[in-house]
Design a protein. Sequence first.
Lengths: 291, 291
Amino acid sequence: MPMDLALGVEDKMRAALPDLTRAERQVATHILRHYPVAALGSITALARAAEVSTPTVVRLCQKLGYRGYPDYQSALRGEVEAMLESPLVKHDRWAGGAPDTHILNRFADAVVANLQATFSQIDHADFDQVAGLLADPSRRIFAMGGRITHAHADYLVSLMKVVRPEVTLLSDMSNTWPPALLDMTPGDVLVAFDIRRYENSVLQLVELAVEQGAEVVVITDRWVSPAAAHARHTLTAHIEAPSAWDSTVSILVLVETLLAAVQSRTWDATQERMTRLETLYDRSRFFRRHR
Amino acid sequence: MPMDLALGVEDKMRAALPDLTRAERQVATHILRHYPVAALGSITALARAAEVSTPTVVRLCQKLGYRGYPDYQSALRGEVEAMLESPLVKHDRWAGGAPDTHILNRFADAVVANLQATFSQIDHADFDQVAGLLADPSRRIFAMGGRITHAHADYLVSLMKVVRPEVTLLSDMSNTWPPALLDMTPGDVLVAFDIRRYENSVLQLVELAVEQGAEVVVITDRWVSPAAAHARHTLTAHIEAPSAWDSTVSILVLVETLLAAVQSRTWDATQERMTRLETLYDRSRFFRRHR
DNA sequence: TGCTTTCCGAAATGATTGTAACAGAAATTG
DNA sequence: CAATTTCTGTTACAATCATTTCGGAAAGCA
């Protein structure tokens, strides 16, 4: 009994590829190259696009084990449905049987939805401006987060420090603020993370920073932190999750994308800096070489 | 001049929904409910599934601004192509025109690919066991990360502390270890984050913890940290990114999913704990109420 | 080279599709 | 309640589609 029935259409085609004739393979590779949209239309269109005759397409379908082109096509539509339904976790469809109930899959779905919502909403120009601010060596960078987002501020700072100097993490202990604020001059940049429930400490620091003439970038959720009122730029992220808390994944993605953008803008300076850092780390014997 | 031409098919349908007749709306909602696969087949199949006549479908298509069903369908196929090509960034197709070259989109694509790879590879049973360990109130939890992953360990600890007691972050300053190790008894759990380049300090701590009889969970990248050799459980994540560094997004997703799993396992105890924490925060006036 | 086998597309055919025209039903209006 | 408009399905028909048939081209073999 052939196992093919359980396989996806794509795999089946790939597997059959060696046993096909020249024209048939021409069709198959064309479909695979534009999978699966190429085979969603009529057989005529597909044949013309693949530069073969329609009977060839029919023969291919039958060779793959389908009754004809419509049969093949409906199998393909089923595949499309599966691909579209959940971008991730396509593998668990057969393993679990039940509609994805495992927390891993539910969470993954939520995360992807958040990313989708977040990224379709971000204004590219705005993002670029923020990246420009952070890449400007004449500005000092400060970052702070709330109870939950403190880790993200930490992450931003520790990686940004590799790219450029003058990056400071402001802890949420407010006694560390005054000295930092003392150094803050007009043009400096404060990146403030604040998601619900919005914290007074963040708002206060933002207000103080604005008074010092700093450019404030607020990264918040879609209900928008009150601190955003004072901010020059606001980046909003979607954070819904099937749990008691929110998911800050899209915030991390924003941070990493900002880092990548800054790094690419300052590549010359960064590169030299990074290699220097590497040798320092090597010499301090903290790292083990990856074989 | 109607802006409809630039809109996606789905949006267009939703927008037109109020202006449709009963039978037309029946078709439209059916399509939207099973979007877009329902309308990828023949008009006859669609009409039967939506329980209307075929001319109704035709009239709907024309009302939406298409010349007929085939025209509508080909527009739909274009949409499918876009959806499949990149799960995110559906919005930039018309804004940019050029093939998505903006760092936001490239990064988003990479992240989704990482999530896909990570989640299709995780063993659910293994994951559940880790969640079980972390949810066990009789075990103490310790966490540590490397230079980059320190923020993730921090995040795990600060949120886990809400759910349960006895959670400790081990900083990467090794002078904080001995007192922690002193408390570590057989059965306790150490969660160690270690991605390339793998750090000696993590490896050392893991070895020490194993000697104390602790259960070690290593969260690493797909090249697998040497520390994993000593671990009871290993969760691997994909971290490739279009930048000079890696993207730790999938690691954060793992962390958050673990948190969600633990929280749902200990919901009774957690809930009481969380409400207590809320009142404490309220009383300390650190937060501003979200209106 | 001749013979066979395999492969491929033009042509023919039946089936299905998508659409226009029409007519009855339903809703709306005066 | 009749008149009118709007909506919807049945019917009919042209267009397209998918498939089978068949002849010739290409490749393999003696």
